[in-house]
Design a protein around this ligand. Structure first.
Ligand code: FAD
Length: 505
């Protein structure tokens, strides 16, 4: 492949299971592939690696990680791929030729532009932030953050830990915390037990997904033996403490309605919240790909089932296209590589058969839908966790009370963008990753409206914080790309022929 109009044949964003699987397959077809990831090592969230100078004993044991670890090893040994780690991608714009994209990256203190004929966004997911009184106290974190510290550094965040949420990741984390010698005081599931039972009792689930169910059963037995109480229809109502976590108030809810009983106070020094995941879809959306709301929250990028988005030359794989778990992400990585190769007119004989990959994906999708049904809590539940002082936008420090007051003063301010303009929610460093979801849910409740693309913040570059100084130092990777600063700062050049860049899904 001797196309010299672009630096790369394929730029992959994300070195998790999806990005790694795709990159490995594409590089075997002799394509020029680079993978950009802001983490210092390969693996993504599922295989979060310790720093090279650390040794974490018995890192990610168990069968569930076996295949992923093998792929990780293969990736680390592959030198045909340009692994650009510690690199953040902050924007994607159409390439001047009208084919492919310019990918804007930050490496260390250097900003650069790399052009690619095809772009794959496999940016994973992040945990759903859930505002409740006290959630900004040091010691309160998402379950994934707690797990990341444990996986990558062997650090346990507290001596007495309470987990609260609705997602089964709580069980995996509790098991890993026990292994690390921590004391887990409680695991609280907000949903009633019968909802879980109903889902896992379905014959189809038992036949199709015995492995994850057996794994959960093993963990539950272990937790029981260790005397860890696992409670359903209960959740943390308030985290107590002045400068750090001292205790939590635990509330019982019957049929979703909070019980009138006094909340129980449980002493602890660390709290993990875990209500599910939101796709990291902002880069693909910023590049113009169409997206749809997920049942549990957030936006997933629409694709044709093989990773092709509504934007020609832009592909997604893994959680960016909807949260389905690590195994599904790896299969989608293979699948999207097959699509990219086919679209480039390359016949890769050793590629796995798409029919087989689709069959495997169907099973994973059904299991993911089941998990989403089991974990999803309704808007009323999340609203019931708030009081006036609860901070919704952490970057700009905007409380629920301030949002309501702004709405009171401007009765027509019932869209997420209007609230943003009035209160500065979503204008901080995270660009709405923390507050968009909650705000949308809270406004949806008052408007009784289904979410539409208009009820999301508009995604704009930079999707990652980048200093003006860095932009001024932008290096052009290739001589053919007449880089202009204003292009880098965000004005999107119009495409020579818009229709040729859009695809109907
Ligand atoms: C905190 C957390 C913990 C999890 N723990 C588990 C677990 O224990 N077990 C389990 O089965 N599932 C877990 N999951 C779900 C898990 O992430 C996925 O199932 C799996 O990792 C998805 O693979 P992926 O390739 O789609 O994304 P990921 O593995 O998330 O990889 C995406 C990569 O993209 C990179 N990236 C994103 N945006 C940019 C950008 N703008 N610039 C540069 N790089 C970028 C990220 O750094 C990341 O490494 C967890 C998820 C999270 C968020």
């Amino acid at each position: 492949m001797n196309d010299t109009s672009h630096d790369l044949d394929v730029a992959v964003i994300g070195a998790g299971p999806a990005g790694m699987a795709a990159a490995l397959r594409l590089s075997k077809a002799s394509l020029r592939v680079a993978v950009f990831d802001e983490q210092p090592r390969l693996g993504g969230q599922l295989l979060r690696q310790p720093p090279r100078s650390f040794v974490v004993k018995n890192w990610l044991p168990g069968r569930a990680y076996l295949e992923h670890k093998q792929r990780l090893k293969e990736a680390e040994l592959t030198t045909d791929i340009d692994w650009r780690l510690g690199t953040s991608v902050w924007g994607v714009f159409p390439h001047q030729s009208g084919i492919g994209f310019d990918v804007h990256i930050v490496e260390g203190d250097q900003s650069r532009v790399v052009s690619a004929r095809r772009l794959l966004v496999a940016a994973g997911c992040y945990e759903m932030p859930v505002p409740l009184p006290g959630w900004t106290l040091p010691g309160v974190m998402t379950a994934g953050a707690m797990q990341t510290l444990l996986k990558s550094q062997g650090v346990v965040t507290g001596q007495r830990i309470v987990l609260s949420g609705s997602h089964p990741l709580q069980l995996i984390l509790a098991d890993q915390l026990l292994d690390a010698g921590a004391r887990v005081e409680r695991i609280l599931f907000a949903q009633p037990w019968h909802r879980v039972l109903q889902a896992i009792r379905s014959p189809r689930t038992l036949i199709e997904s015995p492995q994850p169910l057996l794994e959960v059963a093993r963990i539950v037995l272990r937790l029981k033996r260790a005397g860890v109480p696992v409670r359903f229809s209960q959740s943390i109502q308030r985290v107590m403490g002045e400068t750090s976590v001292k205790a939590v108030e635990v509330r019982q809810a019957v049929q979703g309605v909070p019980s009138a009983e006094e909340p129980e106070v449980v002493d602890c020094d660390s709290v993990a919240l875990c209500y599910g995941f939101l796709p990291s879809s902002e880069l693909a959306r910023q590049a113009g790909a169409a997206a749809s709301p997920c049942q549990g929250g957030g936006w997933k990028v629409n694709h044709d089932g093989s990773g092709r988005t509504s934007k020609v030359a832009l592909y997604v794989a893994g959680e960016t296209g909807g949260v389905k778990g690590g195994d599904a992400a790896a299969i989608e990585g293979d699948l999207v590589a097959t699509s990219i190769l086919a679209d480039l007119g390359i016949d890769a004989e050793d590629s796995p058969r798409p029919v087989e990959l689709h069959r495997q994906m169907e099973q994973r999708r059904r299991f993911a839908a089941l998990l989403e049904n089991v974990s999803a809590m309704d808007d009323d539940f999340f609203l019931s966790l708030l009081d006036e002082q609860t901070v919704i936008c952490r970057c700009e420090d905007v409380s629920w009370g301030e949002i309501q007051s702004a709405q009171g003063l401007h009765p027509m301010a019932d869209t997420i963008s209007a609230v943003k303009l009035l209160t500065r929610t979503g204008m901080g460093l995270c660009q709405g990753r923390q507050c968009e979801h909650s705000l949308r849910r809270l406004l949806r409740r008052s408007r009784s409206e289904a979410p539409t693309p208009e009820s999301a913040y508009t995604v704009r570059a930079p999707v990652r914080p980048v200093s003006i100084e860095m932009l001024c130092n932008t290096d052009q990777m290739v001589s053919h790309d007449a880089f202009a600063l204003e292009r880098s700062i965000g004005s999107i050049p119009s495409l020579p022929n818009k229709d040729s860049n859009e695809r109907q899904l």
